[in-house]
Structure formats: C-alpha cells, structure tokens
Design a protein around this ligand. Structure first.
Ligand SMILES: Nc1ncnc2c1ncn2[C@@H]1O[C@H](COP(=O)(O)OP(=O)(O)OP(=O)(O)O)[C@@H](O)[C@H]1O
Length: 255
C-alpha cells in the first residue's frame, strides 16, 4: 500500500493555509519523523494522512487513488494515535483496546489476546483493569500507543506519542515503532523531540507553511561516524534546496 501527498495544501476554513504544496511518499518499512515548532502543522499533516482533513488543493492518495475520508483510511489500515490519546476515560485500559479491536472485526477471544500482548509490550499489564481516568499521563499515553500497535496497521501515524514519557519508556516506544516498521508498516512520528527524530530514517521538517526533507537513510547507520557526517551534509543540502527560490513553487521530498 502506498500513501502519498502530492502538492497538498492544507488548512482550516477560510484561514490562510497551514501547509502549502507538500509532496512526499510514506514508505513501508521506514520510520519518518515529522518535526517543526509548535503550530507548524504536524497534527494537520497527520490529519490529512489519516483521512480526517481533505486537502484544499493537491491530493492525498492511497495506491494512486484519492483518499476519500476516514472510513476509507481505516479500511486501508491507516492507524492514528492522536496527540490527545483519544481514549475513553471511563473505560479501563484493556476495554479501550478491546472495544476498538472488536469494532474492527476481531472476535472477542482474539481481541482479549491481542490486548494483553499490546499492554504487556508497553509495560501496562498491571494497569489493564484500571480506569483510564485513574492512570497517569504517561500511562494514558502508553495505553493509546498499545491500542495503535494492537490494530496492526499498514500505516501508523503517531502524533507526539513520547511527549509525556520518561527516558526508559520513550526508548521502549521508539523500539516498538521500529518493530512496526520492521514488520512492514510505514510509521510516521510527529515529534518535538530531536532524539526521537534522530531515531527515524527520514525527517520532514515543517516551517512557515513549507516542508523540507532533512535526511535519508536508516537510523542505524547514524551510529557510524562517517554515515552521520554524510547525512548531515545531505540535510544541509536538502535545506538549501528547499530554500532555493522558485523551486517547484513548493516543496517536494521523497522519503
Ligand atoms: N481544527 C482546527 N481549526 C482551525 N485551526 C486549526 C485547527 N487545528 C489546528 N489549527 C491551526 O493550524 C495550525 C497548525 O496546527 P497543528 O496542530 O497542526 O500544529 P502542530 O505542529 O501539530 O503543533 P503542536 O506541536 O503544538 O502540536 C495552528 O495555527 C493551529 O492554530
């Protein structure tokens, strides 16, 4: 499954667009960081990829056909872990997962099994029966991640999912996102956190309504001094290209 934006301009109502003419592909097996200052449009971009926000112009396509809305995105396996968690506070952690899994067609026994596996991966087995409203912010965030992982999507859109986590849990989540990519999912992580972005293969930086690709290549290679140096140069070149006047009248990046 191939998810792409082509010359997509995104915005709300009659206000100026948040992002103009953004083009890139989300690739299976890879982790893509979407970075940029608060208000740059990270959530807006993920909303468009999730089928929640139609582009004003340009397109978001799945296998070349325009993405018609959230229902189609769900059918295509595009999973969103929203910034505000999107959990039901008066259900328990495990109920929050089971309800969604059953709604997506899993039989109750499978839903229970997959819920237990996902909560265990996030270190939440002990919180399974606790109401979400009684969980800490970080535990709630991990519950939302567990729910996203349990769905086993083809595309996983994770919006600031490490913002409330301690260092150990952040590392655990980054490893789980990498495992999702390794099983073939395309993973997009919107983040403020430079270390989380550095763990991704590619980074799209949003700034002043535009998007620029900063680097490419597997994060593992970053541990090699030479590769890191090479990629830093690539990043500078990509920024230079994006800033060049008249280039495509917009931003184009392949990930
Ligand atoms: N539903 C909405 N209606 C109108 N404007 C919106 C809506 N959602 C976001 N915006 C505006 O769009 C711009 C981009 O917001 P967005 O939430 O995408 O940024 P962000 O990069 O995710 O920010 P943060 O890092 O703070 O989460 C902001 O100016 C915001 O006020």
């Amino acid at each position: 499954m191939e998810l792409s934006l082509t010359g997509a301009t995104l915005g709300y109502g009659r206000a100026d667009p948040v992002l103009a003419e953004v083009s890139f592909e989300i690739q299976p097996g890879r982790l893509l960081a979407v970075t940029g200052p608060s208000g740059a449009g990270k959530t807006t971009l993920l909303s468009a990829l999730a089928g929640l926000l139609a582009p004003r112009s340009g397109s978001v396509t799945v296998d070349g056909a325009p993405l018609a809305g959230r229902d189609q995105a769900v059918a295509a396996g595009i999973v969103l872990i929203p910034q505000d968690n999107g959990l039901a506070p008066i259900l328990t952690a495990q109920e929050n997962l089971q309800v969604v899994l059953i709604a997506r067609g899993r039989i109750p026994a499978e839903a229970r099994r997959d819920t237990a596996i996902a909560l265990d991966k996030l270190g939440l087995s002990g919180q399974a029966d606790q109401l979400v409203e009684e969980l800490s912010g970080g535990q709630q965030q991990r519950t939302a991640i567990a729910r996203g992982l349990a769905l086993g999507g083809t595309v996983l859109l994770a919006d600031e999912v490490t913002s409330e986590l301690d260092a150990g849990n952040r590392q655990r989540v980054l490893e789980l996102l990498r495992a999702e990519a390794d099983r073939g999912a395309a993973v997009v992580l919107a983040t403020h956190d430079p270390e989380a972005a550095a763990a991704c293969d590619t980074e799209i930086r949003l700034s002043e309504g535009r998007a620029a690709e900063l680097r490419n290549g597997r994060a593992a290679e970053m541990r090699d001094g030479r590769a890191a140096e090479g990629r830093a140069a690539e990043g500078r070149a990509a920024e230079g290209r994006a800033a060049a006047p008249g280039r495509d009248n917009g931003t184009s990046a392949r990930t």
